[in-house]
Design a protein around this ligand. Structure first.
Ligand SMILES: Nc1nc2c(ncn2[C@@H]2O[C@H](COP(=O)(O)OP(=O)(O)OP(=O)(O)O)[C@@H](O)[C@H]2O)c(=O)[nH]1
Ligand SMILES: [Mg+2]
Length: 328
């Protein structure tokens, strides 16, 4: 694969090696790779956007990876091609949990109809989710029509996942009595579909009880999409029950979103968000890489010590950056 065109052509044929190579390219932190990555994204854009993008969220240990393995298998048996990605703010620091996920998803990791994204190599610049959007586009261009995005269930990754998916699945634990108390209302408000996982064995009756509680709580919340009352589904990812009900609810969700226009609206809003976020992240990258700004840093520290306003120095830095980019 010597040229960009060849890489794009192979990617569009669904070639896995080309997809891996393209992912490595967009995740590269080398400034010189960025232009190639952008050109690749330009050429594949017309072939993106047709997949269902589904976020899978829930607190650590709730069973997200096991759910993805079971549900992914169900989807593949129904003729879908499934790509599995993860948003993990720790991945660039620790080597990532997706390595672990590959062993937790043995069927998907070895199935030709599935692609489990490898651990991002090296540290990624910018926000945690920045490159995941681009990886989604690459997977879609390679013919994956269902994108499952696992999030780690904490903080920023939740909103990032909601910002790049069409449908947000929240996995919850069965729990008796006051199980609702531990769940942040904000997270529940993001959900388009709630799945009570581990509805098996000794946990089955408490799962049923929890489902009733969640439904009651949801009925008091505002609908996230007009006309869509977030359903609650019972599921066992280890016993492989509840996958067809999950799939039926997702189908119903997409039918409703498409018929009402909410789907198109959301996709456009997400593209706008992508544009803004990427503009800011790109500016930050350029700022951090700019040699003349780096050269002025030591001097700036001295100026701060002698009482100069940080706001003034920041404004000078920005002018310098803009002047430099005009020259280049
Ligand atoms: N009984 C039962 N156990 C399950 C089920 N799904 C997952 N588990 C178990 O729960 C544990 C955690 O599962 P994971 O799939 O790794 O959970 P996760 O949410 O991906 O965890 P993190 O990625 O670490 O946040 C494992 O021991 C699974 O075997 C289920 O449906 N029933
Ligand atoms: Mg996991």
């Amino acid at each position: 694969m010597s040229t960009k065109q060849e890489l794009a052509a192979k990617l569009l044929e669904g070639d896995r090696r080309a997809l891996s190579k393209a992912i490595t390219l967009v995740e590269s932190s080398h400034a010189q790779d960025r232009e190639t990555a952008l050109a690749l994204l330009d050429s594949i854009m017309p072939h993106t956007g047709k997949a269902r993008r589904i976020a899978i969220s829930g607190s650590p240990g709730v069973g997200k990876s096991t759910f993805i393995e079971a549900f992914g298998e169900y989807l593949i048996n129904a003729g879908k091609r499934v790509a599995v990605l993860s948003i993990d703010p720790s991945s660039s620091l620790t080597g990532g949990s997706i390595l672990g996920d590959k062993t937790r998803m043995p069927m998907l990791a070895n199935n030709p109809a599935a692609y489990v994204r490898p651990t991002p190599s090296g540290s990624m610049l910018g926000g945690v989710a920045r490159r995941t959007r681009e990886v989604i586009a690459l997977c879609e261009a390679a013919g994956y029509n269902t994108i499952l995005i696992e999030t780690v269930g904490v903080g920023q990754s939740e909103t990032e996942a909601a910002n790049m998916s069409d449908c947000y699945l929240l996995l919850l634990q069965p729990g008796s009595g006051d199980s609702l108390q531990g769940i942040k209302r904000g997270i529940m408000e993001l959900a388009d579909l709630i799945i009570v996982n581990k509805a098996d064995g000794v946990l089955l009756s408490s799962a049923q009880e929890s489902a009733t509680q969640y439904m009651r709580a949801l009925s008091l919340m505002q609908e996230r999409m007009p006309g869509w009352q977030c359903p609650v589904v019972l599921c066992s990812s280890t016993e492989k029950t509840g996958q067809s009900e999950t799939s039926a609810q997702i189908d119903a969700y997409f039918s409703h979103a498409q018929a009402s226009g909410a789907f198109t609206q959301k996709r456009l809003a997400q593209k706008l968000y992508w544009l803004e976020d990427e503009t800011i992240a790109d500016l930050v990258d350029r700022f951090k890489r700019d040699k003349s700004i780096q050269a002025r840093y030591a001097e700036a520290v001295k100026q701060l010590e002698s009482g100069r306003s940080p706001a003034r120095i920041a404004s000078e830095f920005v002018s310098l950056l803009l002047n430099n980019s005009q020259k280049s």
